[in-house]
Design a protein around this ligand. Structure first.
Ligand SMILES: [Zn+2]
Ligand SMILES: [Zn+2]
Length: 160
């Protein structure tokens, strides 16, 4: 295992552990919120709604981290939409955060041009540097495959 892979693995582990912890904490808050809601009706007082306000976002963030930890490919939409949230959260969960944002940056998949080696966006069809085709569309099922794919990753058809 080379250095790069090792770092990647650590980042993913951090994402998974942190994600699970946040999701569980969020779940706990939400459950406490529901329990309190039921109690509050009996006691005729205001329920502690703030438990939901904390619980639900925590679950969301936790699930996001988990999915980021389990899928290396992080879709760009999620990355762009959530980056500010991570920055804000940074003050509370500083340890591990730099690893996360780093993972988000490097986790954003790139397509390397097979011809000139330039980095292109994951979904790019043609190289922005030399114009070479970056994906091969399967003639049988229409699935876009990476330019160096020999067989369709959806149906196994050999790609010319
Ligand atoms: Zn190129
Ligand atoms: Zn196919």
């Amino acid at each position: 295992m080379n250095e790069q892979e090792r770092k990647h693995r650590i980042k993913r582990t951090v994402l998974r552990v942190l994600g699970a912890a946040l999701a569980l904490a969020g779940l706990g808050c939400s459950i406490a919120g529901f329990v309190d809601l039921a109690k509050a009706f009996g006691e005729r007082r205001m329920p502690m709604f703030w438990l939901f306000f904390i619980g639900f976002p925590l679950i969301g963030v936790g699930i996001f981290l988990l999915s980021a930890g389990f899928h290396r490919a992080i879709n760009r939409y999620i990355k762009d939409e959530n980056a500010p949230v991570f920055n804000e959260m940074g003050h509370q969960i500083a340890p591990g955060l730099s690893a996360i944002s780093e993972a988000l940056k490097t986790g954003g998949e790139k397509t390397v041009c097979p011809k000139c080696g330039a980095d292109n966006d994951k979904d790019a069809k043609f190289c922005k540097s030399c114009g070479a085709a970056l994906s091969r569309v399967c003639p049988k099922c229409g699935t876009p495959n990476s330019a160096d794919a020999k067989f369709c990753d959806n149906c196994g058809t050999p790609l010319a």
